[in-house]
Design a protein around this ligand. Structure first.
Ligand code: B12
Ligand code: SF4
Ligand code: SF4
Length: 349
């Protein structure tokens, strides 16, 4: 439990994040900044904020799959059903109970509203914001989803938890793309989670080789956190990893059409990014696989209807074919989209 005005420093930190352009093309962050910076700006009647954390600890080491380069790494949070649906339902149940018992008005939020959930959760005593910027719990390590109930009731606030990162910097050193300009600050434009989920166009060329086989989100900074030694595997059956998503073959994912994509990712958060962005990500992983037998998948996608897919296919092929063979292939291909032409010329220089 915390007060809506308990984290006055969050406003300036959010403003700096946006002024630095660290939000990349998540324009909605800038558009909602005033409301996001303070619960009272979002809802002037709010008097108390109840923060909830839900454990989604993995049942195996999420970094293991990174060694299987012909297979895809999907972040732990996205291997089961969409957490938003489950948590919202739980929050509504609790909020209904609260209104029945104590009255007042309530609103519930999970992730997508203009609410800064991490600083609020820290001030409510659920944990502290670690150097990777996520909330770390002494009990559950780095594996908590967050949700919020705003209420007009005046409820007693809990004490904030002290930062227990100490001299550790494991998360900062583990980041494959050096996305932390300094401890406690993230440049989302370099974060694989942003690049694979939020970013719509071609992924910057210099970052592609650093992404390995991570095709949806990234867990590296969370997984190395020493506080995970107290974590337990999550118990929500709906959030449990689907066997088919633990380490799917890149070759199979590259062949998904729109209908198959939607069928495979029913109820999954992955569905949101759509087939084209997903296959773009798969092609980056194919380009990083170092496995020439995957060249055929990239070759086939050179004629895909989506320019973002065609562009990624060019890059993947350039990494898998011997140089001379790639040059010969390039001579046979023409494309009417300027971004794809740019990929061809970049790959040939
Ligand atoms: C935008 C967003 C992203 C963006 C940007 C992430 C970011 N760190 O800002 C991207 C797409 C990259 C992303 C990635 C991920 N996300 Co996200 N994301 C969000 C979202 C919607 C908003 C976060 C936000 O407000 N960012 C703006 C910045 C300015 O705020 P901040 O991170 O709190 O920044 C603080 C620090 O920088 C700190 N600070 C700054 N300077 C200094 C200096 C000092 C000295 C100190 C002490 C602190 C400090 O103060 C700031 C304010 O508190 C939240 C949901 C929500 N509504 O809150 C989920 C959320 C943060 N994401 C979540 C998750 C799970 C992830 C991923 C792990 C998913 C994955 N596996 O791929 C990754 C983690 C990447 C990472 N290391 O952060 C969870 C985190 C749960 C938790 N335990 O904390 C959230 C809360 C969603 C949820 N409801 O559960 N995400
Ligand atoms: S999620 Fe991955 S890419 Fe993003 S900051 Fe953490 S380690 Fe770096
Ligand atoms: S890995 Fe270390 S520095 Fe990073 S959040 Fe965990 S304890 Fe803090």
């Amino acid at each position: 439990m915390t007060r809506p005005d308990a984290v006055p420093e969050a406003k300036a930190r959010l403003e700096r994040f946006i002024a630095d352009d660290a939000h990349g093309d998540m324009a909605w962050m800038a558009e909602t900044a005033t409301r996001r910076a303070s619960p009272l700006a979002l809802w002037p009647d709010v008097r108390s904020v109840i923060m909830l954390g839900l454990n989604y600890g993995p049942d195996e080491n999420p970094l293991k799959v990174l060694e299987q380069r012909a297979h895809a790494a999907i972040s732990v949070y996205a291997q089961g059903d969409d957490y938003h649906d489950l948590i919202k339902k739980r929050l509504k149940e609790i909020a209904r109970w609260l209104v029945k018992e104590a009255g007042g008005d309530v609103k519930v939020f999970v992730d997508t509203a203009a609410v800064m959930e991490k600083p609020l959760a820290a001030s409510a005593g659920l944990g502290w914001q670690g150097k990777h910027t996520n909330l770390v719990s002494r009990q559950f390590g780095s594996w908590l989803f967050l949700g919020a109930i705003f209420t007009t009731l005046d409820l007693p606030a809990d004490a904030a938890m002290e930062d227990s990162c100490g001299s550790c910097r494991a998360c900062l050193d583990a980041c494959p793309t050096a996305a932390f300009p300094e401890p406690y600050r993230l440049d989302a434009r370099r974060c694989i989670s942003y690049l694979t989920i939020e970013h719509k166009g071609p992924i910057p060329r210099d970052l592609r080789p650093l992404m390995g086989n991570r095709i949806y989100g990234c867990d590296d900074c969370l997984a190395v956190c020493p506080w995970n030694k107290f974590a337990q595997a999550g118990r929500e059956a709906k959030l449990a990893a689907r066997e088919t998503l633990r380490a799917p073959r890149l070759a199979d994912l590259a062949r998904l059409d729109d209908v198959q994509f939607r069928a495979l990712f029913t109820k999954s958060p992955i569905k949101r990014i759509g087939r084209d962005r997903f296959v773009r990500n798969v092609l980056i992983a194919i380009g990083n696989a170092g496995d020439a037998s995957l060249a055929i998948e990239a070759e086939r996608l050179l004629d895909d209807a989506s320019p973002v897919v065609r562009g990624a296919a060019v890059w993947a092929l350039s990494r898998l074919l011997p140089r001379q063979q790639f040059v010969e292939r390039a001579q046979k291909q023409s494309d009417c989209d300027s971004s794809v032409m740019e990929e061809w010329s970049a790959a040939l220089t």
